[in-house]
Ligand binder design. Structure first.
Ligand code: ATP
Ligand code: MG
Length: 444
């Protein structure tokens, strides 16, 4: 089916189907010194045992673009069990898509067996009613494996045997021409796996290609399918997007292609109101994230989650405040409501959820600085993240500028200066009766 389509649109000639374009070592410029030592070990070892061994996907794509790949994927004609027999340090993972993980300390090299032709009656390959691939464990040859890959630029194979790049789908020319092309019909490939819509955006943003019309046009119609994807896979995909170094651009593109609300419905809603500067907050956080990635600094996913859900929480809390709850209690309740809803769609490990929760709770506590509180707060493990978040809020126009400036001064102050600052705040405030408060107001 895909091949027939490719021929029709001129992406594949009879000749190409028979014999791939082989780009010799001299021409493509990939050097083994740019490939991780562990990936090379895996490739050589598979080869030594008589199996074909190729680098494929992001590793090849990024090297050809002069970028530093973040990992290297290996493809082989050895079955997962055969891979396990060769490598002692190996674990087989995934039911839906069986893979071998070869461990070198913390580094993992992912080894995928070539996937074969569509044999719908086979137990190993299963589709849902909507055409989504539920399982693909039919093994095959490199020639067959090409067609199950998503984009032509991701379907280039670096052969360890002769260091050539093998190209069945014109991916090499697409890379040079900065073209993102899906293999086959976009609609069909998105239906098979809706994550490909998100991958299209991620890759285009990461490598600086345009998202062509034929790839973006079906997104609106098919975006509902994203809710059928497992929440764990969506989490993985979101993490990759945030860590791609082009998170801000990806966020803008998700909005532009109308996909953002399929991932973060409450945040998308918040973007439509004017009480809180949601778009400014997200833009700033993604911009900072990209900057940190460029500087090889760590990125805290909890911080991004905190930013994504902060305004939905504030807005939702207002309903409870209107019902007579204190702002604090209302936000606590709203935090749990929002997390519950969001996690249904995109799961998150407990440590990330807790990290975001800590940042939110500290936003409320940072206003209470009298007595010993400021010194207690500064010693909290999440204080730094919470303070950074407060600064971003202030920068984006939330009414917490004075509070953020106070904390900045306090952090840099010595013991005596801190004592004076706390004293200047006045004594412990007597507890006020909870009163109805309209957000947002300067938080003190
Ligand atoms: P990166 O690792 O930089 O995120 P990548 O292209 O290597 O990008 P992976 O998720 O590591 O992405 O997948 C490796 C390769 O496996 C891809 O390049 C592609 O060929 C294939 N692949 C991965 N996910 C899919 C998918 N959902 N549909 C089709 N092919 C896929
Ligand atoms: Mg990869």
């Amino acid at each position: 089916m895909i091949r027939a389509f490719l021929k029709k649109v001129g992406l594949l000639s009879d000749n190409q189907e028979q014999s791939p374009l082989i780009i010799p070592r001299k021409k493509h410029g990939i050097s083994r010194k740019d490939i991780s030592e562990n990936a090379l070990k895996v490739l050589y070892r598979l080869n030594k045992h008589g199996y074909g061994a190729y680098l494929v996907g992001g590793g090849v794509r990024d090297l050809l673009l002069g970028l530093h790949p973040k990992d290297f994927d290996v493809a082989t004609d050895a079955t997962p069990d055969e891979v396990r027999r060769i490598f002692k340090n190996c674990r087989l993972i995934g039911r839906r898509f069986r893979l071998a993980h070869v461990y070198f300390g913390h580094d993992i090299v992912e080894v995928a067996t070539f996937r074969g032709k569509d044999q719908t009656s086979n137990e190993a390959l299963a589709h849902s009613e909507k055409g989504m691939i539920l399982r693909d464990n039919v093994y095959g040859t490199i020639k067959e494996d090409v067609w199950r890959r998503d984009f032509t630029i991701n379907a280039l194979y670096y052969n360890i045997k002769d260091f050539s790049v093998v190209d069945y789908v014109g991916g090499y020319a697409d890379l040079k021409a900065k073209k993102l092309r899906i293999i086959g019909s976009p609609k069909e490939r998105y239906r098979e796996d809706p994550v490909r819509m998100l991958r299209a955006i991620r890759f285009a943003c990461k490598v600086g290609f345009e998202i062509p019309k034929e790839l973006s046009a079906p997104m609106k119609e098919l975006k509902e399918l994203i809710s059928h994807v497992s929440s764990a896979r969506l989490f993985e995909e979101m993490m990759k997007m945030f860590h791609s170094g082009a998170a801000k651009l990806a966020y803008e593109n998700l909005l532009q292609q109308d996909l953002f609300d399929a991932l973060f419905p409450a945040t998308a809603k918040a973007l439509g109101q004017t009480t809180y500067p949601t778009h400014a907050l997200l833009t700033t956080v993604f911009e900072n994230t990209d900057k940190r990635i460029k500087e090889h600094k760590t990125v805290t996913p909890a911080f991004i989650v905190a930013a994504l859900l902060w305004h939905p929480i504030c807005l939702h809390a207002q309903k409870y405040v209107d019902e007579g709850m204190t702002v604090y209690m209302a936000r606590m309740k709203a935090i749990e409501d929002m997390l519950r809803e969001q996690i249904k769609l995109i799961s998150m490990p407990k440590r990330i959820v807790q990290g975001a929760r800590d940042i939110w709770l500290l936003q409320m506590r940072l206003g209470k600085r009298q007595g010993k509180r400021a010194l207690q707060l500064i010693a909290e493990p999440r204080f730094r993240a919470a303070f950074d978040f407060l600064e971003v809020r202030a920068h984006c126009g939330e009414p917490v500028k004075d509070l953020a400036t106070w904390w900045k001064t306090f952090i840099d102050a010595n013991e005596e200066q801190r004592r004076i600052m706390i004293k200047a705040l006045g004594g412990k405030k007597t507890r006020r009766k909870p009163k109805r408060k309209k957000a947002p107001q300067e938080e003190s």
